[in-house]
Design a protein. Structure first.
Ligand SMILES: Cc1ncc(C[n+]2csc(CCOP(=O)(O)OP(=O)(O)O)c2C)c(N)n1
Ligand SMILES: Cc1ncc(C[n+]2csc(CCOP(=O)(O)OP(=O)(O)O)c2C)c(N)n1
Ligand code: SF4
Ligand code: SF4
Ligand SMILES: [Mg+2]
Ligand SMILES: [Mg+2]
Lengths: 629, 323, 629, 323
């Protein structure tokens, strides 16, 4: 992945080729860095790169300007190979002010030698405090090895438009088009599409700004990059995980989504609020998460399997109703777009901390299916699978997405709608005489439910321990019987699962096991480490409960097994921590209990996607440490 | 509708359903429990309306009252304490063909279920909601509920409750979109039946507070009303309830109350010396969430595929040379 | 434990000595079997026996009369050695009607050869259906080896009083006093105490009934038992687990209990509603469990560490607020008196199914202390410990009791109140300049909290990730730092724990690990099995999270380790179940994950206390199976 | 009281606290956000009343409004979405020495927090409760709240909300024991301050609905009131609010409303054409739960030991020969 100068242009500009680049654009909230990032991502994708973009979202609506935590923006990773994650550190940063820049810098998000394009106007700001801040930052920057370019963005824009604050982002896109050797025609098209319908008058000034940026870069910068296109892959969609998931809801045939707003889950419901309506369904915003879950359960009971979408604190509130769906065997799909926890935690940040609570959250025995999409594409298909599992096994299916997928945006092959994805119509056929609503098959625990409207199927569903006839259970046997059958269903479902495929060799020194959104980063790290000669492979689990057979056998082929997760685990190096009290990462805990293998974990809760480079480094350290021991 | 199979409706139409046809399991309430009367009146309503049993769902929470669905021979959903209303709404939302009734205790509805109570009133979906108000937590054995009268000693208030009882009528009447609010004592079967009937025919959420005797824990709660019918004010009106002759003879205090008069309804609900019975408020003009939220679009697979394809078009990219 | 006839009395009555007996009294609800049982238990205790009584509670308030699930009553185990649990099957049953009898019989609760004293009036009942039922039951009973005595209880009572229904229970106590060779003076005293204050006129008729029962038994029964007294143990209390726990709350110095009624937890709050008030505190019945937990957190935050008492479904609702108490490090004691689950489950029945949800219930990382009393005496002391841990470690402490302890009643040494149990006064001293509300000690994670009223300590507590100054955390490090410190506290607490003592030899063929209310039954079974020559020992855990060091070393001394628990686990014998999908009992799962030892489990969810005899049998099967393999 | 150490009160008394002394962290609300005005008025109240900062606690839920405590230099509890009131009650219950304020958004209070809202009103503990009503979910970015006006397009109601907005005033006035109910717009600083002051001095729970501008998401919500003061009816009364001259000049529509008149208060709250501002209802006679539930017994260790010993006596047995 080395960059190399391939030629020098007429104006003595270096033309550098690279396999990939990461660009970060940061501004105050409301200055349009997000739009610029999205647009440049799309332009790059259309130009043939593989692209992954991530939003940088401040915690407040309009945080104070010119502050590090107030920075808003986008990180765009573009490459000539398939990009599956947000990658490592940025190689080029465009900052609308120096404070926003400092935020990313102190968080260590920029690579050594990073190119920085910084708005220069603050240095001459009439407010001397601001001018001082700018000067101080420039001092600090001098101590880094960043390549700093002060860009008079505001001034240049003012040559073209009257109010620069709202147009600077197009200037930036223009610059980037020049820097990354993009054909401007893609950009013109994007601008046209954006304004054509509602504000056609805006097309011209935006194109002017774009041109100005392009020109400025051409004239003032001594470098340009070329990221060769990625092999063609047919029709693609670009979407973030939440949109993908929302589309999956429609594709699954589910008609009811009941929710209560919560970050980072809500945008899925936003999308559905219109799209599901157009598909003849409904999004119901309930008074709270409890009501949302109850509403979904009601709809499911009445034959319309429903989805309820939430995040950690919302799932906490649904704990009791989740158990009702398990106990009464009402199909239900619950999506938890995980965020940082515990408690209100880090609402806009990445974490995979809800696995154990999804599995063990409700008091009493609660067998249910827990699965996690690993990619933005998975977010689409898992909804279809989840609805099917829920109905086939009369069960609760918890789908664990996370902020990394939810706000990450990438391309994936355009799905081709299949009628078999659809939900079957509500069964309203008469129930045979004597049939029972919980007529558990002793081999599988399965039984056929009766849906209101079915003549002869009248019974009262209850969350109390119940008999096969759905009567309140008074004798001790009935409760045991119900528990056995609900658990058997999970075993029956487990038998349908295939062991996941190992990424890399089937045997070696180290196996890294992951789940959810870390797949891309783990596999990229493993690929790099393998290129470096290390015997490391990866295993990624989609089904966390139950787990497919064969995993133990896979793990046994490796000298060490560990999980990489974005959730909390104790650092065994701390003086207080030992094997008697170390608290493990979520998946590590599950694997240890089931397979009795000494599975280690490497995890943290910085609220950030894990970088492939960090994982790679960890692999190197571990495998070399092992050698020296 | 909605892909439902209506084949069997002809069969059902042919047979006349009797009271027994609506009877489910044998009730396990205490002897003399007022819930029995509510059950009887409801079965009578179902019989008179000839509700198809398979199209009728009784939803409840947890408590003595919440055992109600088990005793009906219809579909039933005996859910969680306090959560009957969200579940009932979820059931009704996409199944307008179902008749949905909700039975809750005073703890179920006015304590743990408060948020759902208020918001279900506001959504005004087509449900018949019965509050079985015995002024106590029955099933868990004698703890104060929000409607327990001041001073009553219970297991959690051994020195008597300290707060004034919550008035479910004033609360209900304070909620925007509340469209049918009535009150009745279960010991007046004809009145109970009549109120339930009007509730059933009301379009929107009909909230009926039923004063319910619990001989086990609050045997004296409604004594003043039982022993002296003059403590009751019957609400009559051409637009509201018409009272039978016998009932009218016993309950001499009557008020000619127009149920569209919200201000007067609130005043009646607030009365401290007497208890109004009948329909306090009715307004058929208020939209029903399940109806007004419908798109009219049939949720077919073809439609879904269309929506998907157009979204895919919108989000689609095809790596290509710039045109 | 063999019974033996020690002499024959003048009237040719057999006088039989036994080390222990189990008596069950069942009636329709409202007929007073419960009072009779309690009273006979107390009489027996005062006469020097060790006693354990358990209530038999129907699910409804006044269930239909003469039905099996409607039976109400008491089971009394009396012995000459220390009785720690409800024991095995009953040896003597008093039934007020034959249907109540049948309930216990079909649940297998009576021992072979059991003596049955059955009200005979139903045989001649004017309602022929009832007479037929009685006759049918008598037929069935003839096929058993029970020793049936038809007793004209009603008729005999009517000789003494006018309404027999309300007095029959005293007649029964009289019979039992005769059968168990009790001095009637104890019984007179109990009756006096009961009626003295409020209904002195009732003393006489009740004593008459008592005498009548005694006389009838003396004249009509051909046997009498003697259960020799247990060695004296000084002053004792008789209480059930909930009362014991309530007394513990007062002893702990906690002043606020916030609750919402739920079986089987509520009776603790009932007791406290008056007693805590008299001690200057308050029981607050909130509108729901969420509010109860929030109220308790508020009181704790304001310096009055509070307890919130609930059962499974209630704990489910508190899930979100529990995480707030963890995140913001607000001391809180949460008692979960477990009942049968999942969902509404078996409200009045025994289960230990909430361990994993107590530990893992809330999304995100939630380090907290989870402990479980094992005896009725523990219920008292654990409240004192829990309050101290909560305050010392600024943590949530979850105490898992269960229906077995809650409704079981036994004697334990009378505690001697110690001032050191008490809570310290609220700290209102000024906070030193510059001190921070989360000034985590890097070695222990501990920090000193500021309580409203402390000058200079002003800060805003938050459930968001926060800095040491309790500001909203914006940088990635702050979240990791908070998680580390909250988890370190648990490790620091763990270092204070001592490994539990092994019951039996420190090495052997089988170690049974238990937690919570099963201790008595497990140890009794182990004692019996050891007497039979088997190399089995028991280990009982009070702290489930964190667990003391040294447990692994203990387990390693045994060839097999297994848990015995009252919660659900899959039966490995089922054709669908294998090591890839078997779902383990709660504690087994935890031990496996931590110690990587192949720990088996034997558990069920019949809603009943596990009998020592069943455990003993299981031990025998397992150890003999092992031999033959 | 309660073993509190009062040593430092003398120190505190000596210094006069200025507005700055009550200022906490720098607010991170949007420019023009109405929450700033509420913060200012509250700081002014604290200053005027010279509330000891360490004895003052602001409790909130989650939302833009709920960031309030961070911006005060007092104790603060920024808890969970919807749960401010139970926490505030828990704080106040055994700490009568603390001044407890509660700040909630309309989602916080009227949606997820509904049950607590109703029951806190009923318990009527001594709290000042501010509902920051911007008719929208701010922090989560533009979803409908219960008070969002009909037809407004939001992220979850792209075709406009369908239900009539919930009226927090009629709901509040429907709750038994509600003892102080007021409404004011944050853009009228003097009125806001005056209402908060009266709320602070009211004994019991004072519920103040503050119409709060959210320029980011609902910039036009209160336009009709801002542009035309005649859409506002100021409530004045000897027993209620007295209005300053300047205010009186701008807000010419006034009603002489006796705040003890509950029926009229409900009518005023129900008005659809105009918006009442001022004190709708006040009743100082209603018991406060934290006070009426007190035993008067000091919770000392000696007392606890006594209660324990007497319980031990009661449950005690001493194996003994029958006397
Ligand atoms: C979450 C939860 N909390 C508490 C309970 C216990 N519980 C069952 S019924 C009930 C209250 C019963 O009172 P009410 O609703 O008035 O009904 P009633 O029995 O009087 O008919 C309670 C608190 C429960 N089942 N679930
Ligand atoms: C249990 C839970 N559900 C949802 C959320 C997400 N959430 C945070 S604030 C908020 C609503 C904000 O609206 P409002 O209460 O009106 O306050 P505002 O931001 O408008 O001031 C929501 C839904 C949460 N934090 N916790
Ligand atoms: S306790 Fe009361 S409400 Fe419950 S069944 Fe008995 S009489 Fe009815
Ligand atoms: S979004 Fe609205 S309520 Fe929130 S800070 Fe901005 S203006 Fe204020
Ligand atoms: Mg009740
Ligand atoms: Mg709001």
């Amino acid at each position: 992945m080395k960059e190399q100068t391939v030629r020098v242009a007429a104006n003595s500009k270096q033309i550098i080729q690279a396999e990939e680049h990461i660009i970060e654009i940061v501004s105050d909230s409301g200055e349009g860095a997000q739009t610029a990032g999205q647009m440049f991502g799309t332009i790059s994708a259309k130009a043939g790169n593989s692209v992954w973009t991530v939003e940088i979202i401040p915690a407040e609506i309009e945080p104070p300007p010119r502050t590090a935590p107030g920075a808003s923006g986008n990180r765009i990773r573009i490459g000539s190979f398939e990009i599956t994650n947000a990658g490592d550190d940025a190689k080029l940063v465009v900052a609308f002010n120096e404070q926003a820049l400092m935020g990313g810098m102190s968080a260590g998000k920029f690579e050594s030698g990073c190119i920085v394009l910084l708005e220069s106007m603050w240095g001459k700001h009439p407010n001397p405090a601001i001018a001082r801040e700018y000067a101080a930052t420039m001092e600090k920057l001098k101590q880094t090895d960043y390549r700093i370019y002060e860009v008079p963005m505001e001034a240049e824009c003012l040559k073209v438009v009257q109010d620069a604050r709202r147009g600077k982002n197009m200037f930036v896109v223009g610059m980037l088009c020049n820097i990354y050797s993009r054909d401007l025609a893609y950009a013109y098209k994007e601008i046209e599409n954006k304004f054509k319908a509602k504000k056609p008058a805006m097309i011209k000034p935006n194109i002017d700004l774009l041109d100005a940026g392009y020109r400025w870069a051409e004239e003032n910068l001594d470098f340009r990059f070329e990221i060769p296109p990625c092999p063609q892959q047919g029709a693609q969609l670009v979407a973030n995980g939440n949109t993908s998931l929302a589309l999956g809801v429609i594709a699954s045939g589910m008609e009811v989504c009941a929710m209560y707003p919560i970050t980072p889950a809500t945008s899925a419901s936003h999308y559905l609020s219109q799209a599901l309506y157009e598909a003849g369904g409904v999004v119901h915003q309930a008074e709270d998460e409890i009501a949302a879950c109850g509403f979904a359960i009601g709809a499911s009971y009445a034959g319309k399997t429903a989805v309820t979408i939430t995040s950690g604190p919302g799932m906490a509130l649904k704990t009791e109703l989740m158990a009702l769906s398990v106990m009464a065997e009402i199909p239900l799909v619950l999506v938890n777009v995980q965020r940082g926890g515990p408690s209100t935690g880090l609402p806009t940040k990445v974490e995979q901390g809800d696995l154990l609570s999804a599995i063990f959250g409700s008091p009493g025995d609660n067998p249910k299916v827990v699965m996690a999409p690993a990619t933005i594409e998975d977010c689409f298909y898992c909804m279809i699978t989840a609805r099917k599992i829920a109905e086939t096994f009369r069960t609760l299916v918890v789908v664990l997405s996370d902020a990394n997928l939810a706000t990450g945006q990438a391309a994936f092959p355009r799905p081709v709608p299949q009628k078999e994805w659809d939900a079957p119509p509500i069964d309203q056929s008469p129930v045979p005489k004597g049939a029972l609503p919980y007529d558990w098959d002793p081999k599988t625990g399965l039984s056929k439910r009766f849906i209101p409207g079915q003549p002869g199927g009248m019974h009262t569903l209850t969350g109390l321990a119940h008999t096969r006839a759905s009567g309140v259970a008074y004798d001790p046997e009935a409760n045991q019987e119900g528990c056995v059958n609900r658990s058997l269903k999970l075993a029956a479902f487990q038998k349908t699962l295939k062991a996941p495929k190992v990424f890399g060799d089937p045997a070696g020194d180290l196996l890294i096991v992951g789940w959810g959104s870390t797949k891309g980063a783990i596999e990229e790290a493993v690929t790099r480490a393998r290129k470096g000669g290390l015997k490391v492979s990866a295993l990624h689990l989609t089904y966390l409960q139950p787990m497919a057979s064969g995993i133990k056998e896979i793990m046994q082929q490796f000298k060490q097994v560990m999980t990489v997760e974005i959730n909390y685990s104790d650092d065994p190096a701390h003086e207080l921590i030992d094997e008697n009290n170390r608290r493990y990462a979520n998946l590590a805990w599950l694997l240890r209990a089931r397979y009795l293998i000494d599975i280690d974990c490497w995890s943290n809760v910085y609220g950030q996607p894990i970088k492939p480079g960090e994982i790679e480094q960890m692999i190197r350290d571990r495998l070399s440490a092992r050698k020296t021991h | 509708m909605f892909g439902l199979n209506d084949n069997c409706s002809i069969d059902q139409d042919q047979e006349y359903l009797t009271l027994e046809d609506y009877q489910g399991r044998v009730s396990r309430w205490c002897a003399g429990c007022g819930d029995n009367g509510i059950l009887g009146a409801t079965q009578r309503l179902c019989r008179d309306e000839q509700l198809p049993r398979e199209k009728t769902v009784f939803v409840s929470g947890i408590g003595c009252a919440a055992r109600f669905p088990h005793y009906m021979n219809t579909y039933g959903f005996h859910g969680l304490h306090g959560r009957a209303l969200p579940i009932a709404q979820g059931i009704k939302m996409r199944r307008p063909d179902l008749h949905v009734f909700v039975n809750m205790g005073d703890g179920d509805c006015c304590s743990i279920g408060t948020a759902h109570w208020i918001h279900a009133l506001r959504a005004n979906m087509d449900l018949v909601v019965m509050l079985h108000d015995n002024g106590i937590y029955g099933l868990t054995k004698n703890q104060a509920s929000p409607t327990t009268p001041t001073g009553l000693k219970t297991n959690t208030t051994p020195r008597g409750t300290m707060l004034r009882a919550l008035n479910p009528l004033t609360v209900t009447l304070g909620v925007t979109n509340a469209s049918f609010v009535a009150q009745v004592g279960e010991w007046i079967p004809d009145l109970l039946f009549e109120v339930l009937k009007q509730a059933f025919h009301h379009k929107g959420l009909s909230f009926v507070r039923i004063l319910q005797r619990c001989p086990h824990f609050t045997p004296e709660l409604y004594n003043a009303l039982l022993t002296n019918p003059d403590n009751i004010v019957l609400l009559t009106h051409e637009k509201g309830m018409q009272i039978g002759e016998t009932t009218a003879k016993i309950y001499k205090r009557q008020e000619h109350h127009d149920p569209s008069d919200l201000n007067r309804a609130r005043e009646l609900a607030e009365m401290s010396d007497r208890v109004p019975m009948g329909i306090l408020y009715r307004n058929e003009e208020i939209g029903r969430y399940n109806e007004i939220s419908r798109s009219g679009i049939l949720p077919t697979w073809e439609r879904r595929a269309e929506v998907l394809e157009s979204a895919f078009d919108r989000f689609g990219i095809q790596a290509s040379a710039a045109e």
